[in-house]
Design a protein around this ligand. Structure first.
Ligand code: PHB
Length: 389
């Protein structure tokens, strides 16, 4: 059954929709399927996303658009081989109204395929696979995080501005790593830099030694890296232990140091990264969010928590407009497309491809925080190559 056929109504403006006669208030619980990693190198990222999502819902009294939320959960293990079976558990067995997930780009691609086939509403709270809001974009698929291209491109621009000329890159060989490197290379080479070599290892391997030896031998001006979660902790420590930090600056997308600073200790201090969030943004919205998160979970909020929180805000905007009537799918989608989310990261608008248009911060790791030290690129939109939304 296609639950989300888009009628011509969907082209009406949000204002017009709001003026439509009030639909009957929906009843019963809204079923939200959380497909996130609870084990493996991205486990902590999954927890932060779930915490963020649930925090926003709890702040609304456990309801969105007047309807109670019921959660269904699957641990996706960041394993693309199990992804289609896992997402079908939520869609076919549990019959969820909305899918929320996941962290890993390869797993999220499988979620997007099932969402497209079944018409189930999908909100991606992390995975950056470019195709999800590119060639595979769809009316019923939204993302509250980033496309892989975005933070990579921002770091490329910054590295060129810092006057580095010769770079090497290092990452896991899968969509997220390859696409962030591609974005970095585009921004860096546009600014006059040259990428000497791209190094990779399979996900989620953490045997970095041979590649670090190669970097030491080649002596680039700068190294760009994407790793995250447990892998980022080990990479940053190994880079430092190999003595490379003293001679070859390390930069990366912000995932290299987000949610990981305590475990990385001194090895991460001073690292420069780019991301759509920084811990120290001095806005009432960010400060209130961080305070509530710390009180509820006894942990510091990070970018993953923000993305989960905003996934709930986005869904809330859709369901509120239809006063809880989840059957009005076209109207929900249109409201989600048009809303401006008041995110802890700053105002967040959706592109026509349903990917955030957002500022990218230059951050420096200081103590337990990734602090903003400037803006890399303002209002950066993904090029959404191949999207026909
Ligand atoms: C991804 O696979 O898209 C991914 C995973 C972890 C991150 C960022 C992106 O921190």
């Amino acid at each position: 059954m296609n639950r989300l056929m888009i009628s011509p109504l969907a082209v009406l403006s949000a204002t017009l929709i709001a003026a439509l006669p009030a639909a009957a208030q929906g009843s019963g619980k809204i079923k939200v399927g959380l497909m996130l990693p609870a084990t493996g190198t991205f486990a902590a990222l999954g927890t932060a996303i779930e915490n963020g999502f649930k925090l926003y819902v709890a702040e609304q009294g456990g309801k969105l658009g007047g309807r109670e939320i019921e959660y269904f959960k699957v641990d996706d293990e960041s394993d693309p081989a199990k992804a289609t079976d896992n997402v079908n558990k939520l869609v076919k067995r549990d019959n969820v109204d909305v899918l929320v997930g996941t962290v890993h780009s390869g797993v999220a691609m499988a979620m997007a395929r099932v969402a497209k086939e079944t018409g189930t509403l999908l909100i991606v709270p992390n995975a950056g696979a470019d195709a999800i809001t590119g060639a595979m974009c769809a009316k019923n698929i939204f993302r509250t995080s980033f496309s892989n291209w975005q933070p990579g491109y921002a770091m490329g621009v910054v590295a060129a501005q810092k006057n580095y000329k010769r770079a090497m890159t290092i990452t896991w060989n899968y969509a997220a790593g390859n696409e962030m490197v591609k974005g970095f290379n585009e921004g860096f080479e546009k600014g006059g830099g040259k990428v000497m070599k791209d190094l990779t290892l399979p996900f989620p391997n953490v045997e970095f030694q041979a590649l670090l030896t190669e970097i030491a031998a080649q002596k680039p001006d700068v190294v760009f890296a994407f790793f995250a979660g447990g892998g980022a902790v080990k990479f940053v420590k190994d880079y430092d232990a190999a003595g490379l930090r003293k001679t070859i600056p390390l930069v990366g997308t912000g995932f290299l140091t987000d949610g990981t600073l305590e475990a990385q200790g001194a090895s991460a201090q001073g690292l420069i990264t780019t991301l759509h969030y920084a811990d120290n943004l001095e806005t009432p919205r960010n400060e209130a969010f961080r305070k509530a998160y710390a009180l509820t979970y006894k942990a510091n909020a990070d970018v993953y928590a923000v993305q989960g929180y905003d996934a709930a805000q986005l869904l809330g905007a859709g369901i509120t407009l239809v006063r809880g009537d989840i059957s009005r799918r076209d109207d929900i989608v249109l409201a989600m497309r048009k809303t401006i989310i008041n995110s802890p990261r700053g105002k967040l608008a959706m592109s026509t491809a349903h990917n955030p248009v957002q500022d990218f911060y230059i951050r420096e790791a200081k103590g337990k925080n990734n602090e903003s030290v400037g803006i890399a690129v303002k209002a950066l939109a993904d090029p959404a190559r191949g999207c026909k939304n």
